[in-house]
Structures are given as structure tokens and as C-alpha cells.
Design a protein around this ligand. Structure first.
Ligand SMILES: *[C@@H]1O[C@H](CO)[C@@H](O)[C@H](O)[C@H]1NC(C)=O
Ligand SMILES: *[C@@H]1O[C@H](CO)[C@@H](O)[C@H](O)[C@H]1NC(C)=O
Ligand SMILES: *[C@@H]1O[C@H](CO)[C@@H](O)[C@H](O)[C@H]1NC(C)=O
Ligand SMILES: *[C@@H]1O[C@H](CO)[C@@H](O)[C@H](O)[C@H]1NC(C)=O
Length: 331
């Protein structure tokens, strides 16, 4: 199962690489990576899945190889502090700040060998009070098959959106009332038949009344306008097809999409123009990159923190894997 998964992934890489179109520059300038720095690397076998940034600048990262949430100070990254081990689960995925210094994350059972376990998924909350973290369950979502990306629905207080990669739908969750609702459901979100993992929809981000999304194995990046409560108010528009996307960071100008098996970070303008700004297929710079987030302090507002799986799902050059890590790209 694992071998055939890697093989299928390689086939996918070949098709995506040859299909990628780098459009000529037209409009606002591309970001250039002026420097990069390894912030922190976990031990071999660790797969970092997602990242959120605290207002004090510290990075919160989730792992899929074990159910652990870590905090890393990017200015003094001697160690990673274990915030909590969610021992009822095997994996943690999307994470987002729902209100000041209160974060929610997706927890459930997933392994690369067995895939996701439907019915195991829940949304949890981690509330920081200075250095203390209070951890509590928000709600189980028993209908969910694979909760992956997560974002804050900024138009409604205390509310997040969570993406079911296998079901190809998005739920809103009010962390106060604990009520969850299926709000978005579209063909663009569904897993493509024959995908090596049952993943359609992957990363989601809310920005200025739009929900941006990637569908990994039917490679598209798109967006849909939404109401205050997260329902579609217009059409689902593909911004670009052919760019393999995991999670991503988005600004009003562009998205910065982690390319996971391609080991690249791609900048995509809202008109679909796109350019690889870091990494390449054979490079370990951001091997198996899974997500990205901008720094939040004056010192690092131009830093894009990229997290990686260490290429465990698709080794670089077919052989090289390493511990998942956090890399700072100065852009
Ligand atoms: C996740 O898997 C473990 C090991 O198989 C199992 O003990 C646990 O009950 C599962 N958790 C959920 C929430 O299904
Ligand atoms: C992959 O292979 C290329 C070409 O042989 C080489 O330049 C590169 O260093 C290799 N990458 C890793 C991570 O070993
Ligand atoms: C990666 O390495 C393969 C052979 O191992 C080579 O065909 C390909 O051109 C290399 N790609 C890049 C982006 O270096
Ligand atoms: C990480 O572990 C894998 C599997 O055991 C091994 O093949 C690889 O060489 C290790 N990588 C490093 C950098 O130690």
C-alpha cells in the first residue's frame, strides 16, 4: 500500500511538473526569497502538518505522525516546547487562531499507510493565558471523514471553518455554542477518482469575504465568496489549475502555496499567474512542505515560515527523507 502510494505520487509529480505553466510577469512584482534560515528541525520520522502564529511571534505547529502540538520561538529556537499531546488520536492537522491567543485545531486518526479514519474527527481548542495553555474539546464531528485544513471565519465571532478532505465539504464551528453546520459543498472540493489518498479539498483560508482553497490531487487553487456565516454567495472560481497545493498563506495580493511532493513553494497571483519562489523537485530546502504562515511581529512580518513533512510521503530523488522542520524564508 505504501509502495504503491509512493509510485502513484511519482506519476502525479511527473504530470504536474510537465503541466505547470509559469506565466510571464505581468502586474505586481513577484516575491523574491532574499534569504532562508532553518528555524527548527524535529527528529527523523516527524511530519509537521500545519502552522499558526501567536501574536507574541511564537509559532504553533501540529504533527501528523503523532498527536502533538508544539510551540517554537523563532527568535530563540533552541527547542520546541510540547504544548499538549492529544492522546486519544493519532494525528493533528489544521490550526487557526479563533480569538486573541485562543487556537482551534483538527484532531483525528490518520496514517499514511491506512489513510484517514472516518468518524474519528474532532475540533479542539487551546487557550493561552500567558504561558499556560488550557486544552478542551470543542466538538466531535462524527460525519467527517478527514478533517484537514482550518481557518477562522473572521466575519462571525468565535467561529472557524474546517475542511473535510475526503467528504469534500466545509463545516463552520462556533466554539462558544459548539454548533457546527455544513456550509460549503462543491464538486471542486471532491477527491479525484484514483487519487493516492482520499484527499480533495486540503488547505482553506478565509480573507476579506472569500474562502480560498486547494484541491490537491485534482490540482486547483480557487476561491468562493461567502456570507458572514460562511455560505456561498457567488460561484466557485478556479484561480489556477495544475499547481499541486497543500496548505498555504494568503494576502490580498497573492497566495503562497506549499507543494508537498514537489518540494516547492509557489506564489499565485489572483489572476492565476504563478511562479515557484523557493525549492525545487530535487531540493531538500523545504522537502515535503505542507503549509506556510507569515510572521506577526515587526521583526518578522516579511518572513514566511514554511513547515515540512521531511518528504516522508514522497522522498526527494526517491530516497531522501529527513525530520520535518520549520524554515524561515525572508521575502
Ligand atoms: C484512534 O486510533 C487508536 C489506535 O487504533 C484508537 O485507540 C483510538 O480509539 C482512535 N481514536 C478515535 C477518536 O477514533
Ligand atoms: C537529488 O538529486 C540531485 C541531482 O542528482 C542532487 O543535485 C540533489 O542534491 C539531490 N537531492 C537530495 C536531497 O539529495
Ligand atoms: C531532478 O532530477 C531528475 C533526475 O533525478 C532530473 O531529470 C530533473 O531534471 C531534476 N529536476 C530539477 C528541477 O532539478
Ligand atoms: C530518516 O529515516 C529514514 C527511514 O528510516 C532513512 O531512510 C533516512 O536515511 C533518515 N534520514 C536521515 C537524514 O537520517
Amino acid at each position: 500500500m505504501y509502495a504503491s502510494f509512493v509510485l502513484t505520487f511519482s506519476t502525479l509529480i511527473a504530470s504536474v511538473v510537465t503541466g505547470a505553466v509559469i506565466n510571464p510577469r505581468n502586474g505586481s512584482p513577484w516575491s523574491t526569497v532574499k534569504g532562508h534560515r532553518l528555524v527548527y528541525q524535529f527528529s527523523n520520522g516527524t511530519s509537521v502538518e500545519n502552522i499558526a502564529v501567536r501574536s507574541n511571534g511564537n509559532l504553533l505547529v501540529t504533527l501528523t505522525d503523532r498527536p502533538e502540538l508544539y510551540e517554537v520561538n523563532p527568535f530563540n529556537p533552541k527547542s520546541a516546547k510540547l504544548i499538549h499531546r492529544f492522546s486519544e488520536y493519532l494525528s493533528l492537522l489544521g490550526i487557526t487562531e479563533v480569538s486573541p491567543d485562543v487556537f482551534t485545531l483538527n484532531a483525528g486518526n490518520f496514517t499514511a499507510e491506512t489513510g484517514p479514519a472516518p468518524g474519528s474527527w474532532a475540533v479542539w481548542q487551546v487557550a493561552f493565558h500567558n504561558d499556560q495553555a488550557k486544552v478542551s474539546k470543542v466538538t466531535d464531528i462524527p460525519e467527517a471523514q478527514f478533517l484537514n485544513g482550518m481557518t477562522t471565519l473572521e466575519s462571525t465571532p468565535n467561529t472557524i471553518l474546517t475542511a473535510d478532505s475526503t467528504g469534500g465539504v466545509i463545516y463552520s464551528v462556533n466554539t462558544q455554542t459548539k454548533v457546527y453546520k455544513l456550509v460549503l459543498d462543491n464538486e471542486a472540493f471532491k477527491p479525484t477518482p484514483g487519487a493516492p489518498l482520499p484527499i480533495g479539498l486540503n488547505g482553506i483560508r478565509y480573507l476579506n469575504h472569500y474562502v480560498y482553497y486547494t484541491n490537491s490531487f485534482n490540482p486547483i487553487f480557487g476561491r468562493v465568496p461567502v456570507s458572514k456565516s460562511g455560505y456561498a454567495t457567488g460561484s466557485y472560481k478556479t484561480i489556477v489549475a495544475g499547481v499541486f497545493g497543500d496548505d498555504f498563506a494568503v494576502t490580498p495580493q497573492a497566495a503562497y502555496i506549499a507543494g508537498n511532493p514537489l518540494n516547492v513553494l509557489t506564489e499565485v497571483k489572483l489572476d492565476g499567474e504563478n511562479k515557484v519562489i523557493a525549492g525545487n523537485l530535487n531540493s531538500s530546502l523545504i522537502a515535503g512542505d505542507t503549509s506556510a504562515a507569515f510572521g506577526r511581529t515587526i521583526r518578522d512580518k516579511n518572513v514566511l515560515y514554511v513547515v515540512t513533512s521531511g518528504a516522508t510521503f514522497s522522498p526527494v530523488n526517491g530516497t531522501y527523507t529527513e525530520g520535518g522542520k520549520i524554515v524561515a524564508l525572508q521575502i
